[in-house]
Design a binder for this molecule. Structure first.
Ligand code: UTP
Length: 405
C-alpha cells in the first residue's frame, strides 16, 4: 500500500496516530508498516461498538447426568461407531494469548507437573488417547494457533514427539489477528513500525480452518463432526463417545458440554434459547432476574454453564462459514509504546482487544444439545496463576482424578 493510500485509510477510521513515527523508519520498516495497515481490518473497532442486543431468552432442555446415566451404553455405542468410522475429529483452540497466566510461551507448553514434567498439551493428548484406545482408532486433531505462537506450538509438539500421539493425525492452522486499541479505541503501536495486534478471538476457528486448506483433509477423511475445545481445561474430555453418541442419537446438529453452576453469579456463559434458537448468555450479560428465575418445581431455569467443549456437524458449519459473528470488546494488558515512543509493559489492562467468540456460533445452529458433565471430573481451567481457575486449583483437580503430578 502506498503512503498516501495509508493516510487516507487512517484518516477515514480516525487512526492517524499509527503513522506518527513513519518518517523515523527505514525503508524496510516503512514497507512493513504500510503492508500491515493495508491488511488490518480497522472496521472491527466501530463494528464492536455497535452490536445488537440479545433477543428473548427462555430456558433450554438439558440432558442431565441422570438421564445420560440411564442411556450411557446406548450413547457410547453410537459414539464409538462414529469414531471408528473416522467421522469425528477434534479442534484444539490454542490461539489465545494466555495473558492472565502471564507466561510468554503458548499456554499448552505450561508445565503443570510438580515432581515430573506434565505439560498442558500433554494432559490433553493423554485424555484423547483414552478415546483412541477405547475406539481403537486415531482421531484427527486440528490445532488452532495464532501469529504470536504458531512456530513455538508446532516446535513444542515436534520436540515432544506429539506426546505419544501419531504425528500424521495432528494438523496446525493459524487464526487471524485484529488491531488492539487503547481504552478509547485508538490503535496502539507495538513499536514505532508495528501496530499492536492480538488474535481475533476463538469465533473464527472454522473459517480459519477451512481457509488454511484443511477442508481438503476433512473432505478426504469423511469427517462429519468436529469437537472443539479449549486448551486450558486440563480435565477436558474430547471426542467423548457418550457425548458424540447423545448428539447423533438425538438428531441434533450441535452439542455443548455444560456443568451445573456452582453459584448463581458464577462467571460462566449460561446455555438457553434466544428467540427460540440455542444461545449462550455471557455471565456479564445475565440479568439478576434471569440468574434467579426458577421453574415451578423450584429448580433454577438458567443453571448450566458452558465449558468450551462443543460438537458441531460439519455440514451445518459449512452453511454459516461466511456469517459475520458479533464482536466483543475485551479489556487486556497490551504491550505497546507510549506517546514518547518508550515501551510499556502494562500490569493492568490498558486497552481493548476485539474478538469473535465460538459461543456465538451456537446461536447460528438450528438446535443444540446441552450435555451435563460433572465439574470435578471434567472442568479444571487454568486461567490464572493462583486463586480461582488457576494452576493451583487445576493441580488439585488433576490429583483428585488420579493424575500423578
Ligand atoms: P480465553 O478466553 O481464556 O483467552 O480463551 P486467552 O487469550 O487464552 O487467555 P487470557 O484471557 O489472555 O488470559 C479460551 C480459549 O480460546 C482460545 C484460547 O487459546 C483458549 O483455548 N482462544 C482465545 C483462541 O484460540 N484464540 C483467541 O483469539 C482467543
Amino acid at each position: 500500500m502506498a503512503l498516501d493510500k495509508a493516510r487516507i485509510k487512517c484518516k477515514e477510521y480516525n487512526q492517524e496516530q499509527v503513522l506518527k513515527y513513519y518518517d523515523e523508519l527505514d525503508d524496510k520498516a516503512r514497507e512493513a508498516l504500510l503492508r500491515q495497515i493495508d491488511e488490518t481490518d480497522f472496521g472491527v473497532i466501530d463494528r464492536a461498538a455497535h452490536q445488537a442486543g440479545k433477543g428473548k431468552i427462555t430456558p433450554i432442555e438439558v440432558l442431565t447426568d441422570a438421564k445420560i446415566k440411564a442411556n450411557r451404553e446406548k450413547y457410547e455405542a453410537v459414539g464409538i461407531e462414529a469414531i471408528k468410522a473416522g467421522k469425528v475429529a477434534t479442534v484444539l483452540l490454542a490461539g489465545g494469548m494466555g495473558t492472565r497466566l502471564g507466561s510468554d510461551s503458548p499456554k499448552g507448553c505450561f508445565n503443570i507437573g510438580v515432581t515430573r514434567e506434565l505439560y498442558i498439551f500433554e494432559c490433553l493428548i493423554n485424555n484423547l488417547m483414552d478415546v483412541v484406545r477405547k475406539a481403537e482408532k486415531y482421531v484427527h486433531l486440528f490445532v488452532m494457533t495464532s501469529d504470536k505462537n504458531h512456530e513455538a506450538t508446532m516446535e513444542f509438539f515436534k520436540e515432544h514427539e506429539y506426546f505419544g500421539y501419531k504425528g500424521e493425525y495432528v494438523h496446525f492452522f493459524k487464526q487471524e489477528m485484529a488491531p488492539a486499541t487503547d481504552m478509547n479505541g485508538k490503535i496502539l503501536l507495538e513499536d514505532k513500525g508495528r501496530l499492536a495486534t492480538s488474535p481475533n478471538g476463538n469465533g473464527g476457528w472454522f473459517s480459519s480452518l477451512y481457509h488454511s486448506g484443511l477442508d481438503m483433509c476433512i473432505k478426504k477423511e469423511g469427517i462429519e463432526w468436529l469437537n472443539v475445545f479449549a486448551v486450558d481445561n486440563v480435565l477436558q474430555r474430547m471426542a467423548d463417545p457418550v457425548f458424540v453418541g447423545s448428539v447423533i442419537n438425538g438428531g441434533f446438529s450441535s452439542g455443548s458440554k455444560v456443568i451445573k453452576k456452582a453459584a448463581r453469579d458464577e462467571k460462566v456463559g449460561v446455555i438457553c434459547l434466544e428467540d427460540g434458537r440455542p444461545s449462550i448468555v455471557e455471565y456479564y450479560e445475565l440479568t439478576d432476574e434471569l440468574m434467579n428465575e426458577k421453574f415451578p418445581d423450584g429448580s433454577y431455569a438458567y443453571d448450566y454453564g458452558v465449558i468450551l467443549n462443543y460438537l458441531f456437524k460439519v455440514e451445518e458449519l459449512e452453511k454459516i462459514i461466511d456469517n459475520p459473528l458479533p464482536l466483543h470488546i475485551v479489556d487486556k494488558k497490551i504491550p505497546c509504546i507510549d506517546e514518547n515512543g518508550s515501551p510499556v509493559a502494562p500490569t493492568e489492562p490498558n486497552g481493548h482487544k476485539y474478538e469473535t467468540l465460538i459461543l456465538d456460533m451456537i446461536h447460528m445452529m438450528k438446535d443444540n444439545l446441552p450435555f451435563e458433565v460433572i465439574r470435578e471430573k471434567e472442568f479444571a481451567p487454568v486461567k490464572n496463576k493462583e486463586g480461582i481457575d488457576s494452576v493451583v486449583s487445576a493441580r488439585e483437580l488433576l490429583k483428585k482424578n488420579g493424575v500423578t503430578l
